[in-house]
Design a protein around this ligand. Sequence first.
Ligand SMILES: [Zn+2]
Length: 85
Amino acid sequence: MKRAYILFIAVSIILIDPSNLTVLAKASVQREQFVYICYSASVDLYHKDSICKDLFHCKQLIKVSLSDASKKYHRKPCKLCSGGK
Ligand SMILES: [Zn+2]
């Protein structure tokens, strides 16, 4: 009985493992293809990561689709978080 209880706890820990949730969250972000741009800054970059180091001083962060970021706002991928060169 005690062993079954321990097994139950172990399964619960696996199911609610926060790292699993992070993977799911990242997968959904990639599917939606949304990026972040700093609207007020003069830089011409977009960021996949809303907590990118480059956005630290940004006061007006907006979330846009990836196609809008490049076509409408003429942004390029950030070196730090979006794999730009
Ligand atoms: Zn970035």
